[in-house]
Design a binder for this molecule. Structure first.
Ligand code: S3P
Length: 437
């Protein structure tokens, strides 16, 4: 496939009002629960990124009639909890860890056998973290070498409830267990070591399936239901907004408004971290849409300072670190991150890839097994390889707004997995961004 490269140069202050792409995590869950509901669900604001389109394709292969998406609108004719059909072949989930892990939980409880594969990046990602708890529920799941995909999930198993203490805070693992638990006999309890995004719990409740939360525990009783079809309005993705929160913060004289951004408390860590660094971010028009808090965010440029990032904020900002590292490179002083070893098993090893890229641009970076220390410095121009990671690509595009020379970011094709409108949004607020393919 043709490679896509970005070149970004310092330009004018950023300004304007944009709506970034729909929330990726919520979009996946809308497709999954819409498929399992009884009746027709309508989704608006859906992310039309490749990851979510992969989930849509998987459910079509599982026998669900889905129309769209057109302009973020999707219509799903739910087949009920017991209506999925055996797919004709393997399910290819592309770059999407969320699709593979959540589907693993759901498919472990189906009467038919399935096989899940993905692209080069996904085939390197750890899957035992979902296979282990699902096996303890009675599922039969084989992973490939080193606990990586492909996943072979045997059908026709009877699952039973478990009480599971998650070793890492992972919404994907929690959600996989909760989806399997819908079919298990008894009450499944998942205990989180730290809060992770709770979209699955909120959305299950929205579809009429009771989920209880007691401190760090989430529980649901299997064999209930049905799920009732709903209209779901997906907020804009804070993880996509983060690139603009950083961009407007670091370019003097900027003021950008981001409309209807998801403000779920389990996702808001990046805002707290940026504010602690001195960023000027205001929330306006706070509201609730389909069970999720949303707000318009107005961000103005501000001098940033280095901080020690509080560990408790790490899982609440886990996808935003590539963008936050660019903020750190533009801050006065040193920003220190620990407790973020999970970044090594994302779409790329984000600690290594970001450290290499920043060093190449003349920024002093120290790499730890679980984090980075970044000392703010003038950023040089240069050529950066994104490692095929969408968020790394967008982060270095933002770095180009403050660099002494042009920054060329190679291998940006996967930006289409989470934020297909990135280039259009970036240009709309004033990025000098050239695309070559
Ligand atoms: C996600 C959970 C997080 C996050 C990913 C999306 C989800 O992963 O990094 O982009 O939608 O549940 P982990 O569960 O591995 O932390």
């Amino acid at each position: 496939m043709a490679s896509i490269d970005y070149t970004v140069r310092v330009g004018r202050p950023l300004s304007g009002s944009i709506t970034v792409a729909g929330d990726k995590s919520i979009s996946h869950r809308a497709v999954i629960l819409g498929a399992l509901a009884e009746g027709r669900s309508e989704v608006t604001g859906l992310l039309e990124g490749e990851d979510v389109l992969g989930t849509v394709a998987a459910f079509r292969a599982l026998g669900v009639a889905i129309e769209g998406p057109h302009d973020g609108r999707l219509t799903i004719d739910g087949v009920g909890l017991h209506g999925l059909k055996a797919p004709a072949g393997v399910l290819d989930l592309g770059n999407s860890g969320t699709s593979m892990r959540l589907l693993a939980g759901l498919l472990a409880a189906q009467p038919f056998t399935t096989r899940l594969v993905g692209d080069e990046s996904l085939m390197r990602r750890p899957m035992e973290r979902v296979a282990v708890p699902l096996r303890s529920m009675g599922a039969v799941i084989e992973t490939g070498a080193g606990g990586r995909p492909p996943l072979h999930i045997a059908g026709g198993r009877t699952l039973h409830a478990i009480e599971y203490r998650m070793p890492v805070a992972s919404a994907q693992v929690k959600s996989a267990i909760l989806l399997a638990a819908l079919y298990a006999q008894g009450r499944t309890v998942v205990v989180e070591p730290a809060p992770s995004r709770d979209h699955t719990e909120r959305m299950l409740a929205g579809f009429g399936y009771p989920v209880t939360r007691d401190g760090a525990s989430v529980a649901l009783e299997g064999g209930g239901g049905p799920l009732h079809a709903v209209h779901l309005d997906v907020p804009a993705d804070l993880s996509s907004a983060a690139f603009f929160l950083v961009a407007a913060s670091i370019v003097p004289g900027s003021c950008v408004r981001l409309r209807r951004v998801g403000m779920n408390p389990t996702r808001r860590g990046a805002i707290d971290i940026l504010r602690a660094m001195g960023a000027h971010i205001e929330a306006h028009n706070e509201a609730v849409a389909s069970g999720e808090p949303v707000a318009d965010l107005v961000v103005r440029s501000a001098p940033l300072r280095g901080i020690a990032i509080p560990r408790e904020l790490v899982p609440l900002a886990i996808d935003e670190f590539p963008a936050l590292f660019i903020a750190a490179a533009c801050a006065q002083g040193t920003t220190v991150l620990h407790g973020a070893e999970e970044l090594r098993v994302k779409e790329s090893d984000r600690l290594a890839v970001m450290a290499q890229g920043l060093a190449r641009l003349g920024v002093t970076v120290e790499e730890y097994p679980d984090g980075l220390a970044i000392t703010g410095a003038p950023i040089q121009g240069g050529v950066i390889d994104s490692g095929g990671d969408h968020r790394v690509a967008m982060a270095f595009a933002v770095a180009g707004l403050r660099a002494a020379g042009a920054i060329e970011v190679r291998d940006c094709r996967n930006v289409a997995t989470s934020f297909p409108g990135f280039v259009a949004c970036a240009r709309a607020v004033g990025f000098d961004l050239e695309v070559r393919s």
